[in-house]
Each structure stands twice: as C-alpha cells, then as structure tokens.
Design a protein around this ligand. Structure first.
Ligand code: SF4
Ligand code: MSK
Length: 671
C-alpha cells in the first residue's frame, strides 16, 4: 500500500523560451515535450554541477582522493592552508586540472590534424586517388613554411620543382611535427618575430606536438610537478603546439586537399531541412568524411536514387564544426550549433545523422530511438555503445564506397519516417568563408591584396579594434544568448568580429553574417567600412581548428605595419562567451600566450585557487602581453574587451584619431 501511495514525480521540463533565444530551438524544445523525448535542456534542470569541480579544486589524480578543496564562502584571509592528502595546495590542484584541460583540447585538435596529415601523405604517395591536391598555391606556401624547397637549381638555373615531389616532402615534414625527436615546432616562426623571441626567452617553444601533451599527463600525475608556475608553463607549450601546430597544420592541409575557402552564400538554422527531401545531417569535425559525402550526395545517380524512393532530392546540412567546414568550401547550409544536435532529430525529418569526432552527445542515440533516424558513427575512435547506432568505419582508401553506403542508407530510410514531421520554418541567409587569403583580397582588392586597408581603418578609428569571438554552447546558460549579446555589443561599438565554431553558427542564425547586418547593428565607423568593402561585420573564419586563421590574420596585421611589432600591441581581444569544451581552454590559452586579452563567460575553471587564478588572469599580462579574464554578464564581458581595445589604442597613440572620426560622423548626421 505504502508503495502505491508513493507519488511518481513528473520529470522537470525546460522552459523553451528560457532555454534558447532561437525561435526554431524553442519550437523544437516544446515539440520534444509533446513527444516525451528528453533533451539536454531538461537534464540541465536536474543534473547540477559540483561547485568544487567548477572552481577547479577537486583532485582525483590518485586513489587517496578525490580531495576536495572548496573555497570558503568568506574567501581566504591570510594564508591559504587548504591541502589534499598528499599536501597538494589549491593552486597546484587547479593548475594541474587546468593544464589537463589544455592537454585534452590540444590532443583533440592535434589528433584531428594528424588524421588530415595522414590522408595528405596517402595522397602524396598516390595510394588513393579519391582525394586530390586542390590548392597548389597553398601547397607551395605551406612547403615554404615547413622548409621544403619549391625550386631546384639545374645548371645554374633556378627551376620549379616537381609538384608531386614537393607534396610528398611536405607531407613527410608535416607529419614529423607530431613526434620528431629533436628541434622545435617549425610553425612557431610564423608568429611575429617579437612573439617568437618572447616564447624563446620564456622557454615555451614546443618541441613537437605529441610530446607537450604527453608531458602534461606526466607532470600532473600524483607527486610530480607541484609548482603552479611551472605547471602552466607546460600548459603554454602544449597550447602553442595546438594553435600554431596541430590546428594550424589541420587548417593548412585541409585547404591544400579540399580548397582554401572563399566567400560563399548559404543559409543557417533548422529550417534548412526540407520535408520532401532526404535529410542527411553531418556532425563532428573532420572534413575528410564530409568532403566525400558532399561529393557523393551531389552525384546525379544518388539524386535519381532518392527520387526513385519518393524524395524530391537530398538535403545535406551540418552541425558543429563539420557544418562550418562544409559551408566554407561548398556552401552547404548550417543546421545548427552544438545544442541543436538532438533538436535536428526531433524534427522527425532527419533520415540519418552521420558523426565523426568531438562534440557528439551520446544522447543522440536515445533521441534517435524515438524516431526513424539512423545514427551512423564513422570514426575508429568515436563509437556509441547503443544498439540502434550503426558503425561504418570510414577510411580514405575506400572513401567513395563508404560514403555511398552512408548516403544510400539515408535515402533508404526516407520512407521509414514515423512521427509527424515538424521542421521549424526559421533560417537566415549568410555569407561565410573568410580565410586569411580571402580577407586579404577583400580588404586590399585584387591588385594590392594586403591587410594595409584594415590597419588603415583601425588607425583612422573607423574600426575601433578586432575581436575573435569563438567557442561552444553551454547548457548552463541560455542557448546563443551570450554569444549574440557579446557580438552585437562589439559591432555596435565598431569592433570587427572574426568568428569560428559554434559562435559562428549562432551569429549565422541571427543574421549577423550578411553585409546588410552592418547598417542595422554596427556603429557608424564599422558600418561605413563594411558597406564600402561589401563584407559582413562578423566574418566567418571556419571551424575550431580554424582559430589558427585568427592567429595568422592577427600576424598579418602586425606585418602590414603601423600597429606595433607584436600581436599584443594592437587593439585585439578574444572571447568565448558560452564555452564548454576542453578545446576552448586550449584555444583560449594559445590566444592568451600569443598576446591576446581573452574573456570567457559561464564559469572559470580556476576560480577556487585565487593565487593561480590571479597569475593567469593578471600577472600573465606582464609576461605574455595577453591574459585570461572572466565575466558571465555578456554586456559587461563585451565592454571589458572594448576597454582593452581602447587601452591598446591609447598605447599606440591612435585614440585621438577615433574621436575625430566620431565627430566627423556626428557632423555628417547633423547635416
Ligand atoms: Fe589527493 Fe594528492 Fe591524490 Fe590529488 S594526488 S587525490 S590531492 S592525495
Ligand atoms: S563544435 S568545440 S561545441 S565550438 Fe567545434 Fe562547437 Fe565547441 Fe564543439
């Protein structure tokens, strides 16, 4: 009887409007409740984070722990006496945890890069002919950066070297960057000279990519490195190995193989899915898979096959960074951000969700089980244990066959749709694909492609500064709210925004990636530049590994002259308003040690260790010219970046120019 009386608690359901600023997502969250399908938005209500973990002061690096060192509510007065069983202080524990996050992020990006380098080597060795070298110009540029000769002397005459030879040597040298036994990361020299010298002086130039990550795992093992300054030094090496190594090589080699991005038009949000089409949603990070699926899905025989099965065609779209990769090279529409992966399935129109690596929630399998959707994992290292998940291991040696199998599986599944289809009718037009090369062309024109025009507009004050706003969604904060608030506040104040990852997708969904957005959202100076040049005020630079493009764009600004000798000297700032992944910490750290003031939202993972926190959020500026900062309020967050930009303008002596420009505009308006 007592049993019967027990009331069954109804599950807590997320309020759609409180969960996301995006109407399409709100509709799908409401739809999930109608259908009784649980999503991350609901789980965020019941699963609360541990406060000590959030503060970064829980250590479980040996089985005597976990040792938990909460920050006293009243703060720490006098000496901080908190210790783990072994005596590890809060600073040691927070620093160990922080650099383990860097190791996780750097490993993810760099292993992605290694995968691309291996495919590139297979192409160079002619072991596969399904992938080809698409951008020879970029190959020659990359060869130069890796010290591979592109010319050869014959009888005193300098001749072009055979392109196949260059490709093979470039592939071998590139792959060697992950594990060479001696020397230093070759790409470190791509940073401005002053930055390279600073890294050298600090002793943080990476030896090779893998070694710096492995050494973090060693140093943070129980009883090894117990000095927070020495620990973060290793974190710095690994982060540089990511941004200026694994990620940069991933970007470069992808451009060589799949093409360097140039501006393309497309659309963004769940509304890109089409009810009468086979909807194939690709999710993850590596374009090795998606490139082949794009090629196969566009074959006439596949389209005919889809028609034979009753569909009007095949609609490809993407989630997370695979979305950005397919967009910037082929104009394939963006389906959504990290937090929309479950929602795409809840439309009832997703015939297959094909995933590779990173940011794939295990729960897509549970959601898919409520619909007809086939979830297909494709990567050796990223599988899901549920029965309804199909694994088709993708391999560059039989890439076409694998892609055909996957596309056919999606087509065959079109007829199996169970639930009533409900695709939100919201999408926005976009212009994306601004690589370092195309930005140069856009700003400088075809005859004098250079960053000089950008510098000129920064110096004259029309552009107040530049911000790299990047990173994930986080279910602990309203979906896209902080991304969009930060970006709108920046462009309103004449700060040009460069974006990647899920911030780029959020901006796309909000209509900020169009030249027309300039007139609506920007301050007068930035609007004038965007209108003159014909660019959006928010430039889409690609995926998470493409944050390396932001580093190189920042370096080009230094090279173009007039704004100091190092990245830390000109008015630039970084931000990840809704970060959640370890990759975001690695990215943030390589931004910081490259000289960029970088603010994050939501939570800060070292807040429970005030001394270490102060070291990376304050003292770091004296060492690296860049530092971390934290502000969860997105308006204040943007204004901290603007204040930094203004500080740099003042240091460069260009603050007065901006005042004059603003006066000019006011008088023009009065006229
Ligand atoms: Fe505790 Fe030290 Fe073991 Fe960490 S390494 S769990 S602080 S005893
Ligand atoms: S996908 S790492 S949620 S940006 Fe690169 Fe988005 Fe963050 Fe994944």
């Amino acid at each position: 009887m007592a049993e019967e009386k027990k009331k069954v608690k109804a599950p807590k359901l997320a309020d759609p409007v409180a969960s996301s600023i995006d109407v399409a997502s709100q509709e799908m969250i409401a739809r999930s409740h109608e259908l009784g399908v649980e999503t991350i938005f609901d789980r965020a209500l019941t699963m609360k984070p541990c406060a000590i973990g959030v503060q970064g002061t829980c250590c479980k690096n040996c089985s005597m722990g976990p040792c938990r060192l909460p920050l006293p509510k009243a703060g720490i007065e006098g000496e901080d006496t908190r210790k783990g069983l072994c005596g590890a202080t809060a600073n040691t524990i927070a620093a160990r945890n922080f650099i383990r996050m860097i190791a996780g992020g750097a490993a993810a990006h760099s292993d992605h890069g290694r995968g691309v380098a291996e495919v590139f080597l297979a192409v160079a060795k002619k072991e596969t002919d399904v992938y080809k070298i698409k951008d020879e110009e970029k190959l020659l540029a990359v060869a130069g950066h890796l010290g591979v000769a592109t010319t050869v002397e014959v009888d005193g005459e300098e001749l072009d070297r055979d392109i196949d030879e260059i490709a093979l040597e470039t592939a071998e040298v590139a792959l060697n960057e992950w594990g060479k036994p001696e020397g230093e990361l070759l790409y470190a020299k791509r940073a401005p000279k002053a930055r390279y010298e600073l890294w050298k002086k600090q002793g943080v130039i990476p030896r090779n990519i893998d070694r710096e990550i492995v050494e973090i795992m060693h140093r943070t093992h129980m009883g090894v490195d117990q000095d927070y300054k020495n620990l973060i030094k290793q974190g710095t090496r690994a982060a540089i190995a990511d941004g200026w190594g694994g990620s940069m090589l991933a970007t470069d080699l992808q451009d060589i193989l799949f093409g360097t991005p140039y501006p393309v038009q497309s659309e963004a949000n769940l509304g890109v899915m089409k009810e009468d089409h086979v909807n194939l949603v690709i999710h993850g990070h590596e374009p090795i898979l998606s490139e082949m699926i794009v090629a196969v899905a566009q074959k006439q025989e596949m389209i005919d096959y889809a028609k034979k099965k009753g569909a009007a065609g095949i609609q490809l779209s993407g989630i997370c960074c695979t979305a950005n990769e397919m967009l910037q090279r082929h104009g394939i529409p963006l389906c959504g951000t990290f937090l929309q992966q479950e929602l795409a399935i809840i439309t009832g129109a997703c015939d297959a969700m094909v995933v590779d690596i990173q940011c794939i929630m295990q729960n897509i399998a549970n959601v898919a089980a409520c619909f007809h959707t086939k979830v297909i994992t494709t990567h050796r290292i990223a599988q899901i244990e549920q029965d309804n998940v199909i694994h088709i291991e993708f391999d560059e040696h039989h890439a076409v066959e694998d892609a055909e199998r996957i596309v056919k599986m999606a087509i065959d599944n079109f007829a199996n749709r169970k639930a009533e289809v409900m695709i939100p009718q919201h999408k926005a037009p976009i212009v994306a694909g601004f690589g370092v090369e195309s930005t140069e062309y856009h700003l400088g024109g075809s005859f004098r492609g250079t960053y000089y025009t950008l510098n000129d507009n920064i110096i004259n004050g029309r552009i107040r500064g530049v911000a790299g706003v990047v990173g994930c969604n986080n279910a602990r904060t309203k979906h896209n709210h902080d991304h969009i608030t930060v970006v709108k506040e920046l462009i309103k104040n004449d700060v040009l925004v460069l974006t990647t990852g899920c911030n780029a997708i959020a901006c796309a969904m909000e209509g900020l990636l169009t030249p027309e957005a300039a007139a609506v959202h920007c301050g007068a100076g930035l609007a004038e530049v965007c209108e003159t040049v014909g660019i959006p005020p928010v430039l889409h630079l690609g995926s998470c590994v493409d944050n390396s493009r932001i580093l190189l764009a920042a370096t080009e600004v230094v090279k173009a002259g007039g704004l100091g000798n190092d990245i830390s000297e000109w008015p630039v700032a970084g931000s990840a308003p809704e970060w959640m992944s370890e990759k975001a910490i690695s990215i943030g750290h390589y931004f910081v040690v490259s000289g960029v003031y970088t603010v994050v939202g939501v939570t800060f993972p070292t807040s429970g260790a005030p001394v270490f926190n102060n070291y990376i959020c304050k003292e770091f500026e004296d060492i690296y010219g860049g530092m971390w900062d934290f502000e969860p309020d997105p308006v204040k967050h943007a204004h901290m970046m603007i204040a930094h930009i203004d500080k740099k303008r003042k240091e460069l002596g260009i603050d007065k120019a901006r005042e004059r420009v603003m006066m000019d505009f006011a008088s023009r308006q009065a006229l």
